[in-house]
Design a protein around this ligand. Structure first.
Ligand SMILES: Cc1cc2nc3c(=O)[nH]c(=O)nc-3n(C[C@H](O)[C@H](O)[C@H](O)COP(=O)(O)OP(=O)(O)OC[C@H]3O[C@@H](n4cnc5c(N)ncnc54)[C@H](O)[C@@H]3O)c2cc1C
Length: 240
């Protein structure tokens, strides 16, 4: 798909957790992309001397390509970050410059019928786009989602995924890594992504999609390889 430059108007802001928002944008022209791809967003930030700097960061598209007139992104604000504090404070009606789509962390036609997703934090974004696409296109695919979140307050899109579980083709396993810091009662899985949790829930013959911070992605790939999953059956997106 050709890389294009376009403007995105922020049409809806959804506060997902205490530090994560989903932005719904309307592009100024239809944007063709594959489920799972990302865009480069451009904003003015401050340089070391307090002057204005044109800056950019990558954000996965968290929505389905079935609607080329709507782009969702989902992101966490880092209070010491250069870009996200400015992004986080945008209001409905604001316009952001973008380029894309980019990336190979995509759902392709004729992909196997069994997919396993492993996400850490906002690494859920492109996976949510792929899941939405499979649902909207009514594809006959079995999906398992292992979702690693810090606390019970950090689970993004929880209601949406719980709703999908009613469809027997979707398995949803959130796991909480900091249960002691969690406020809600929790009787689900706890701990980081491990060989054991992968073996317990995932079909090892499925195609794996892994997205999140580098340690989580590298660790998961290592576990999968130890479990006999070959590199060709693993797609990764790393949030550096
Ligand atoms: C292909 C790709 C797709 C991406 N998609 C998304 C997405 O959909 N949603 C999303 O939220 N992010 C995504 N990212 C990460 C995003 O591009 C930014 O790096 C992130 O939003 C931080 O930007 P910042 O300017 O606020 O922080 P920076 O100014 O770049 O970093 C400043 C400080 O913030 C903290 N920090 C920044 N990033 C992280 C992190 N990931 N984990 C822990 N601490 C961190 C660190 O303390 C760091 O020193 C993606 C990255 C890539 C490469």
């Amino acid at each position: 798909m050709p890389v294009e430059k376009f403007n995105l108007t922020l049409t809806k802001v959804i506060q997902e957790t205490y530090d994560v928002k989903t932005f719904q944008f309307k592009p100024d022209k239809p944007v063709s992309f594959k489920a799972g791809q990302w865009l480069m967003l451009y904003l003015n930030t401050k340089n070391e001397k307090g002057g204005i700097k044109r800056d950019n960061r990558a954000y996965s598209i968290a929505s389905s390509p079935t609607n080329t007139n709507l782009i969702d992104i989902n992101f966490r604000v880092y209070s010491f970050g250069k870009f996200t504090p400015i992004l986080y404070n945008l209001k409905e009606g604001n316009v952001v410059e973008a380029r894309g789509p980019f990336g190979k962390f995509t759902y392709e036609p004729n992909e196997p019928k069994d997919l396993s997703f492993i996400a850490g934090g906002t690494g859920i974004a492109p996976i949510r786009g792929i899941i939405q696409y499979i649902k909207e296109a009514k594809l006959d695919v079995n999906m398992t989602l292992l979702f690693s979140c810090k606390t019970t307050e950090d689970i993004i899109f929880d209601n949406e995924f719980k709703e999908l579980v009613k469809n027997k083709k979707f398995k949803y396993i959130p796991t909480i890594t900091r249960i002691n810091e969690s406020k809600q009662k929790w009787d689900g899985e706890t701990g980081r992504i491990s060989k054991e949790i992968i073996k317990k829930y995932c079909n090892l013959k499925s195609l794996f999609y892994i997205c999140g911070p580098p340690e989580m992605v590298d660790g998961s790939v290592k576990f999968l390889e130890e479990l006999g999953v070959t590199k060709e059956k693993i797609k990764v997106e790393v949030y550096h």
